[in-house]
Write a protein that binds this ligand. Sequence first.
Ligand code: DQQ
Length: 533
Amino acid sequence: QKMLAWQRTSFHFQPKKNWMNDPNGPLYYKGWYHLFYQYNPEAAVWGNIVWGHAVSKDLIHWQHLPVAMVADQWYDINGVWTGSATFLPNGDLIMLYTGSTNELVQVQNLAYPADPSDPLLKKWIKYEGNPVLIPPPGIGLKDFRDPTTAWTTPEGKWRITIGSKINKTGISLVYDTIDFKKFELLKGALHGVPGTGMWECVDFYPVSKIVENGLDTSENGPAVKHVLKSSLDDDRNDYYALGTYDAGAGKWVPDNPIIDVGIGLRYDYGNFYASKTFYDQEKKRRVLWAWIKETDSEAADICRGWASLQSIPRTIKYDKKTGSNIITWPVAEVENLRSNNNEFNKVVVKPGSIVPLEVGSATQLDIMAEFEIDQNVLKKVDGSNATYDCIKSGGSGERGALGPFGLLVLTDNSLSEQTPIYFYIAKDLTGNFNTFFCNDLTRSSEATDVRKLIYGSTVPVLQGEKLSLRTLVDHSIVESFAQNGRTAITSRVYPTKAIYENAKIYLFNNATDISVTATIKIWQMNSANIKSN
Ligand code: DQQ
């Protein structure tokens, strides 16, 4: 246990011990942010699921509270599963969640705070008429879970959506309600995509095409686009698409069917699942949480006594510059943990070289880096390899004309353990560039019980933009963002040597034909204050 102690994070949310998975019902209430989460109070593996609960003033420093809801009724005795919060116009709060019944049927239940005057919302009452929804005809008894936050319809009713599947088509069912006790199923679905399987933890919300603020879930109109997100049970990733919502019909259509939900864009191209957003009415932003699972063995989880993290909460916005994706970015409050700024200006990294960045211990960092490349050199390089793929490539060791180049984090002095985060530029025969953003875990640990994949995808780079990345390092998690959050990659990393003061950071350039000029700011990060209950 002691050996693995360093893997515990310092500014990510995690319970003191045991297993955690999905974020549930995040909300802001009477001065406090609340995070509920799927929690096993008994062990560091999934099971006995109840709602863990913690509160924060700033989404960074947390106070753990007693479990909010336990499995004590026939309709949730096999698990108090994922759910979402809705504020009513009078400020009242309701929670809808999935229960796994005594017969393992998935049903939806209603709960509300026992004492709305308690800003900590410690006690919850389950509605006596639960369950409020059972699987409708034609839907599998175990394919009906994770109700969303409700939004209002043009008729003034409430509307929710719930993920499911029919054969291999992932769908999201739509229900209208007046009181959250009786529901009416709409015909068809909000949307469905063949071949995507069960849709878990569906999220559905508006983003503004014009303003920087986030939007409350019921907002709509010509300046709004709607994001539909689904967590695909089959491949354990969170996919989204931008599209148009028809409130009259209760249907949503993707802007581009080629990148529909489940077959196109992801919030994050690493380890990031079962995410949920909420509208933060205090700061007028939409905030995204996600479950970051372990990628070592279950035996290691049990030995450590805990499993899983929550991502750093991110603000989520429509990308006005590209018009084709959203951007996710760590909430501004994270920056309050920054101390000891180290700056490295215009460091030239030649083809095939590495440059150490002296910052002391490199286990708790916030890194911002920009890379410049001589445009004349870029023009001269022959085009040929436009079809690069991070995942199928040879990783950071495979050299191309224009990449890879970037950072090595959680790296020991001998470089035997290293976690590269990098760009790779591919140029086609017509002179067009395609930029990829990748994270190679193949050499991240000498432990043998760790999954060591290469993650990544393309990132849009517009005319005149420098390549930029930001990376948060926190012991066993690395969260990276390219081009201010257009593409993100989160990974869990388990070095055995690159720990404590032996963890270093380097610049590297494995391109054969270009030098890159890097300008970097690196902050040491203070630990968040996490109080036990
Ligand atoms: N986790 C919950 C389910 C949800 C799944 C159970 C997603 O409600 O579908 O712990 O990780």
